[in-house]
Ligand binder design. Structure first.
Ligand SMILES: O=P(O)(O)O[C@@H]1[C@@H](OP(=O)(O)O)[C@H](OP(=O)(O)O)[C@H](O)[C@H](OP(=O)(O)O)[C@H]1OP(=O)(O)O
Ligand SMILES: Nc1ncnc2c1ncn2[C@@H]1O[C@H](COP(=O)(O)OP(=O)(O)OP(=O)(O)O)[C@@H](O)[C@H]1O
Length: 435
């Protein structure tokens, strides 16, 4: 295999901060014309400031395979379930500590205060990811993190959770419980992923307006919508001048208000979302890879372990004394290797649609755990829509990272907290799924 590109042939000053999420920070190449780096974005992993043992970067094997697993995962797994047209080009790039340190210093003042207090560029990495720069160039780039596009089947839900979980979608419950929504605002007008995924023009419009309104009221700090003009993130406030660049790019010269720009924004984004199949594909993957809900998965886990039948309980990393029924969901399971993922997908394609998910077989426990893991990737990724001044736009998916299997127990706990918190405090919002 060819050696990876060496980032240190560029200056850290050639890389402009774009944005960041919980585990990565991304820069755009703005240096002199360069065959390899022109039109690219650099995605670096972050490490927690306080407790290195909890660092998100620990998911990544540091020694034998220094490449970011996002690359092999996209090439070997994601590319088998999503068309290539929706995926950015990804390749490994070599970085050095000195180079990263310099970049970290340059970027620090541009980072959001809450993120700066928590984490920084992981200086221990020797490799990073070079990707297609999806926000650069003479375009408006709209980033949407849609989240969960389906309601769970009631089959495996407890009587105490089924009514609320089949009425209100996970995103709407979570947003309310963690106070991401204005407590006084009408939840009926808030962003609901099921509207965005519905494919119905009026509902998609409602979703886009709601995303816009939260974007403005949060001064652009919401992670469900980000807007870039010519590679610069737009930071809205209550004044129209804050979105002047966007207004100009949308053809609104002279007088404009936050509302006229919102209308022009929705008018440009809506057709792209209506024409694409990517939302339908995403929701389908999320749903079909999570047929039991985390509650059903936990039930199956307990049943498999309580059964003691040979071959039913999983081969875990510590197959000890055989009293595992109290073990937390996913305990002892290893993160799938790329070969495991390949085998998993072979089974998924061959039989997922025919399996009796209402009566899951305990022998398929590992299959269901791995499926849930993959569904989590599609529940957390984002879309970047590129809208040129004229001509057709495009849509690309980002943040299709593999999640660690150790999160299964966290997701079970989070599910409980969300549902309990929501049903005790709010009248369930009616979220409508279009299949
Ligand atoms: O659990 P959720 O739905 O809140 O999702 C987390 C996201 O929160 P969100 O709700 O989108 O604000 C969260 O997003 P932020 O860091 O809040 O922007 C991450 O994407 C997190 O994944 P990871 O730790 O980067 O692997 C996400 O965690 P996973 O659920 O993917 O483990
Ligand atoms: N290929 C790209 N081109 C341009 N910008 C990008 C690209 N990839 C990511 N970004 C920007 O960088 C941000 C952080 O990237 P990403 O979503 O991959 O990080 P993350 O830490 O995995 O996020 P999350 O916390 O949502 O899991 C994105 O929200 C987006 O604004």
């Amino acid at each position: 295999m060819a050696d990876p590109l060496d980032i240190t042939v560029t200056s850290p000053r050639d890389w402009k901060y774009i944005s960041e999420g919980g585990s990565s920070i991304v820069f755009s190449y703005v240096g002199p014309a360069h065959d390899s780096f022109g039109g690219t974005a650099l995605r670096l992993r972050k490490a927690l400031l306080s407790s290195p043992l909890d660092s998100p970067s620990l998911v990544i094997p540091p020694v034998d395979d220094p490449d970011d697993p996002a690359i092999a995962f996209q090439h070997g797994v994601v590319a088998r379930v999503l068309p290539e047209e929706y995926l950015p080009r990804l390749e490994a790039v070599q970085v050095s500590r000195a180079w990263l340190e310099e970049l970290a210093v340059l970027a620090e003042t541009q980072r959001p205060t809450e993120r700066r207090a928590k984490d920084t560029i992981d200086l221990q990495r020797t490799r990073a990811v070079l990707a297609t720069d999806l926000v650069g160039g003479r375009v408006v780039a709209v980033e949407i993190k849609p989240k969960w596009g389906f309601l769970p089947s009631p089959t495996h839900l407890a009587p105490g959770t089924a009514p609320v979980k089949t009425t209100t979608c996970r995103f709407c419950m979570h947003a309310q419980v963690r106070g991401a929504r204005d407590a006084d605002a009408d939840p009926a007008h808030a962003y609901c992923p099921l509207d965005l995924f519905s494919g119905e023009p009026d509902r998609v419009r409602t979703a886009l307006c709601a995303l816009w309104d939260t974007w403005v009221s949060s001064s652009g700090t919401t992670n469900n919508l980000r807007v870039f003009v010519h590679g610069h993130m737009v930071r809205p406030d209550a004044t129209p001048t804050s979105i002047e660049a966007l207004a100009a790019q949308l053809g609104l010269a002279g007088e404009f208000t936050l509302y006229t720009v919102r209308d022009a924004f929705v008018a440009r984004v809506l057709p792209l979302l209506r024409e694409t199949s990517v939302l339908r594909l995403l929701a389908n993957l999320q749903r079909t890879l999570d047929p039991l809900d985390i509650e059903g998965l936990a039930l199956l886990w307990s049943r498999a372990y309580a059964s003691q039948e040979p071959g039913i309980a999983l081969q875990t990393q510590s197959p000890d004394d055989g009293a595992p029924d109290a073990s937390p969901l996913g305990a002892g399971l290893s993160d799938p290797t790329i070969d495991d993922w390949k085998e998993f997908l072979d089974v998924y394609f061959a039989k997922n649609a025919q399996m009796d998910h209402d009566h899951p077989d305990a022998a398929d426990l590992k299959y269901y755990c791995v499926a849930y893991l993959l569904s989590a990737t599609f529940k957390d990724c984002s879309l970047i829509l590129r809208i040129p001044e004229d001509g057709a736009g495009s849509i690309t998916l980002i943040d299709l990272d593999v999640k660690p299997i150790s999160r299964l127990a966290k997701w079970q706990q989070l599910d409980k907290e969300i549902v309990e918190g929501y049903k005790n405090a709010w009248k369930p919002r009616q979220c409508i799924e279009t299949k």
